[in-house]
Write a protein that binds this ligand. Structure first.
Ligand code: ADE
Length: 226
C-alpha cells in the first residue's frame, strides 16, 4: 500500500511514522508513505498557500489553487482509491473504516491548517473525510499519523503475529479483555487462576466473558458493531 500526504508541515509526520511498527512496515516494503510539502505549489515566491476568508472573520483558509495543483499533479502519477481530507467535521474514524482502508492500494491524505481548506476542494476532489475525534487539533498532521498507524498495522505481514490485530479491541465489536504477565503474584495481587490453568478452552471462555463485561460497562454503544 502507498499513502501520499499533502501538508504544510510534513516534518510533523516524521517521528510518528519513522519508528516502531510503522518503520518496520516500510522497511518490509509493505507500506510506502510519501509526504509532500504543499508550498511547492504555492501561488507566489513567498510560499503563500492560504488567504483571508470571504465574508470576513478571523482565520485563514487554505487556497484552492495550491491544493488543486498538488492533488492533480500527484493523481497524474497514480490512481488514488480515496482522497481523504482530515477534518474535525468529518465522520469519526473507527476500526471498521481502518479495516476497509487497509485493503486499498493508494491513498492521498490532505492535512488542513488554520480554518481549513476552501470548500470547493472538498466538493470537487475529496472523496472521503475523516475526523479522529470531537476535538480540534492545530492541523491535520497528527490526525493523519493516527490514520496511517491504524491502517498500516492491519496490512497483512506488518504485525509479526498475524492474530494480534484480529484480537485487538473493536475488531469484533468488543473491547479486549484484561491481560497479565509475570509474575503471577505481585505484592499479593494475583493473576486470575484460569490463566495459569493451561486449559485453553477455559482461557478462551474467560477472555470472551471479560470482553463482554468490559464492553457492556465501558462502551455499551459498541455491542453488535462488528
Ligand atoms: N484537524 C484538526 N482537528 C482534527 C481532528 N479532530 N480530526 C481530523 N483532522 C483534524
Amino acid at each position: 500500500m502507498r499513502i501520499d500526504i499533502i501538508s504544510v508541515i510534513p516534518e510533523l509526520l516524521e517521528s510518528p511514522l519513522g519508528h516502531s511498527i510503522m518503520k518496520r512496515a516500510q522497511a518490509k516494503g509493505l507500506l510506502e508513505v510519501h509526504t509532500h510539502q504543499l508550498r511547492q505549489w504555492a501561488v507566489n515566491e513567498y510560499g503563500q498557500v492560504d488567504d483571508y476568508q470571504y465574508g470576513g472573520g478571523a482565520g485563514m483558509v487554505m487556497m484552492c489553487e495550491p491544493l488543486a495543483n498538488a492533488i492533480e499533479s500527484l493523481s497524474a502519477q497514480r490512481h488514488y482509491d480515496e482522497v481523504i481530507y482530515m477534518t474535525p467535521d468529518g465522520p469519526t474514524l473507527n476500526q471498521k473504516t481502518a479495516n476497509t482502508l487497509s485493503l486499498k492500494e493508494n491513498l492521498l491524505l490532505i492535512c488542513g491548517h488554520y480554518k481549513g481548506i476552501d470548500q470547493r476542494i472538498r466538493d470537487h476532489f475529496v472523496t472521503m473525510e475523516i475526523s479522529i475525534g470531537d476535538y480540534v487539533l492545530s492541523g491535520g498532521e497528527l490526525a493523519a499519523a493516527v490514520l496511517v498507524d491504524a491502517i498500516g498495522r492491519l496490512i497483512p505481514g506488518v504485525l509479526g503475529d498475524e492474530t494480534s490485530a484480529l484480537t485487538d479491541s473493536f475488531q469484533d465489536g468488543l473491547l479486549a479483555p484484561p491481560v497479565y504477565t509475570r509474575p503471577a503474584d505481585f505484592r499479593g495481587w494475583q493473576v486470575p487462576a484460569v490463566l495459569l490453568s493451561g486449559d485453553l478452552k477455559k482461557v478462551d471462555e474467560w477472555r470472551y466473558e471479560q470482553a463482554l463485561q468490559r464492553t457492556e460497562s465501558r462502551r455499551p454503544d459498541l455491542q453488535g458493531d462488528a
